[in-house]
Design a protein around this ligand. Structure first.
Ligand code: SF4
Length: 252
């Protein structure tokens, strides 16, 4: 089976536990204003690879990952657009005893029986989901990403029902996702989930702006600076207020 990927990082340290082989899948339904990978958006870009090609490459790094308690993370773009391909990949990785993680925005989640069937099979092979919760406020979420957030919150609830461990991730952007009222609501929503292992605050940065310029896209967050250390600590404190998990700072 073939999938479409954007790129591979062989020594990731922030997208899951331990050292990780990270596969950035091609294609995304969202258009987040802070996206640092806009070159993953178009499904027609990137390159085709087979499951076997990826497994062969991953196998050469296995001793390093496994010694560190790491594994493989599929990120994006939005990996769940290519659920069937990732399922076939994870089947092979599970035969090798590899820890598997998916980094997703949940933007393509749907309750349709066909999607649920594919998703359930994939989740049965998934050890961890890195779940982006970008904005709890529905209007601000739509402005930020182009999509509403109700189905994304449904996806988080579904993962809780299925008891799939998740790390919640929240990108903190001044004036966009950094309002105390929203952070408190997000903390209250997270409290309703029973599968949260960790909450991460990812301070907004501008490292991907050059890609927008190269692609000829107008960068919508022009003039917005990364959050101050105080605001990052404030978000960590609010999201951790229910003490159900350990909130920490990480990188996008
Ligand atoms: S979901 Fe991720 S890849 Fe897609 S637009 Fe948002 S930040 Fe970019």
């Amino acid at each position: 089976m073939k999938g479409r990927i954007h790129s591979i990082e062989t020594c990731g340290t922030v997208d899951g536990p331990g050292l990780r082989y990270i596969i950035f899948m091609q294609g995304c339904l969202m258009r987040c204003q802070f996206c640092h990978n806009p070159d993953t958006w178009k499904m027609s870009d990137g390159k085709e690879v087979t499951v076997q090609e990826l497994v062969d490459d991953i196998e050469s790094y296995l001793p390093f990952f496994q010694a560190s308690g790491g594994g493989v993370t599929v990120s994006g773009g939005e990996p769940l657009i290519q659920t069937k391909f990732i399922t076939e990949l994870f089947k092979e990785l599970k035969k090798l005893g590899v820890h598997t993680a998916i980094d997703t925005s949940g933007g393509c989640y749907s309750k349709s029986p066909s999607f649920r069937k594919s998703l359930d099979e994939l989740l049965s092979l998934t050890d961890l989901v890195l779940m982006d919760l970008k904005q709890i406020n529905p209007e601000r979420h739509k402005t930020l990403t182009g999509l509403k957030n109700d189905h994304i919150l449904d996806f988080a609830k579904y993962l809780s029902e299925k008891q799939i461990p998740i790390w919640v991730r929240h990108v903190l952007v001044p004036g966009i996702t950094d309002f105390d009222e929203d952070l408190y609501k997000l903390a209250d929503f997270i409290q309703t989930l029973s599968n949260v292992e960790r909450i991460e605050v990812l301070p907004y940065h501008k490292l991907g702006v050059y890609k927008w310029e190269e692609l000829g896209y107008d960068y919508p967050l022009q003039g917005i600076e990364p959050p101050t250390e105080d605001r990052v600590n404030n978000a960590i404190a609010i999201l951790n207020r229910h003490h159900r998990s350990t909130a920490s700072e990480s990188m996008i």
